[in-house]
Ligand binder design. Structure first.
Ligand SMILES: NC(=O)c1ccc[n+]([C@@H]2O[C@H](COP(=O)([O-])OP(=O)(O)OC[C@H]3O[C@@H](n4cnc5c(N)ncnc54)[C@H](OP(=O)(O)O)[C@@H]3O)[C@@H](O)[C@H]2O)c1
Length: 244
């Protein structure tokens, strides 16, 4: 049995991943933005061990969430799934898609496995760190390029942790829309596999997956100097270093 924490699991892929992990007999802690969403999450996934609460757009709440997660015990795997789409605006993209996964990674007890939700749209993203420091704004694709780079940066910094990025495919969710070709089973499978499987192919680090198969990441996200700069800027803007 694996103990797994899934962020942004009140709906969509996060909830689907949580439900599948529970079905497989794992101990699953879910996460919602507030008490009302947490109640809905408990109803949708009654087998969850717990549902932690915190709005990822609010840095103080992200820090409190990390504390609550640590108080609940170390996780074997953490899936950084929560995300907002382009319609949410630059500030939310930055806070929820980029700063929150970094801060939770830095503040939570180190798990054995980390999974970061990126997207095929990272391929049209810019490797641009200015928006993190208030210069210019971030697009959805930009934020997902930073997620892919963060997964690999953490893998390099922490060789004892398996840290990988995932493109779940274009999936029918609130974000993906009803016209998306993929269903929730397809959209959840790679994250569940990376978090729990002992297949040799899942026991790797610093990679990027789609449909449980490795893909290359966009060159900018694979650039080690860019990854180091990303960690340095995130450390500066949050005042929280990624522990060595
Ligand atoms: N669906 C796709 O086609 C697709 C493709 C590529 C990548 N992705 C990535 O996959 C991940 C999941 O996407 P999805 O399609 O499942 O999206 P979704 O259906 O919109 O679900 C997003 C989840 O994140 C939570 N969330 C958003 N902002 C939050 C905040 N400030 N605090 C706490 N929780 C917050 C939402 O909570 P509420 O329900 O309370 O809002 C919801 O549970 C995202 O990172 C997305 O970028 C999705």
């Amino acid at each position: 049995m694996t103990r797994v924490f899934v962020t942004g699991s009140a709906d969509g892929l996060g909830l689907a991943v949580g439900q599948r992990l529970i079905e497989q007999g794992h101990e699953v802690v879910l996460h919602a933005r507030n008490d009302e969403r947490a109640a809905a999450t408990r109803e949708a996934a009654p087998g969850a061990a717990d549902v932690l609460v915190g709005d990822l757009a609010d840095q103080q709440q992200v820090r409190a969430l990390a504390e609550a997660a640590n108080a609940s015990g170390r996780f074997d795997a953490v899936i950084h799934n929560a995300g907002v789409g382009g319609g949410a605006g630059g500030d939310a993209l930055l806070a929820v898609n980029v700063v929150a996964p970094y801060l939770l990674t830095a503040l939570m007890q180190r798990p054995d496995r980390l999974v970061y939700l990126s997207s095929g749209m990272h391929r049209s993203g810019r490797a641009e760190l200015g928006p993190l420091e208030g210069r210019g704004s971030l697009s959805y694709g930009d934020s997902k390029l930073l997620d892919a780079a963060l997964a690999i940066a953490v893998a390099r910094r922490w060789p004892d942790v398996r840290s990988n990025g995932v493109d779940p495919g274009w999936i029918k969710t609130r974000m993906g829309g009803s016209g998306a070709p993929g269903d929730l089973d397809q959209g959840a499978a790679t994250q569940v596999w990376l978090a729990t499987s002992d297949d040799a192919a899942a026991l790797v680090t610093g990679r990027y997956f789609k449909d449980s198969a490795e893909e290359s990441v966009e060159t900018a996200a694979a650039d080690e100097a860019f990854q180091d700069e990303l960690l340095a800027v995130l450390e500066r803007v949050t005042g929280t270093p990624l522990p060595a």
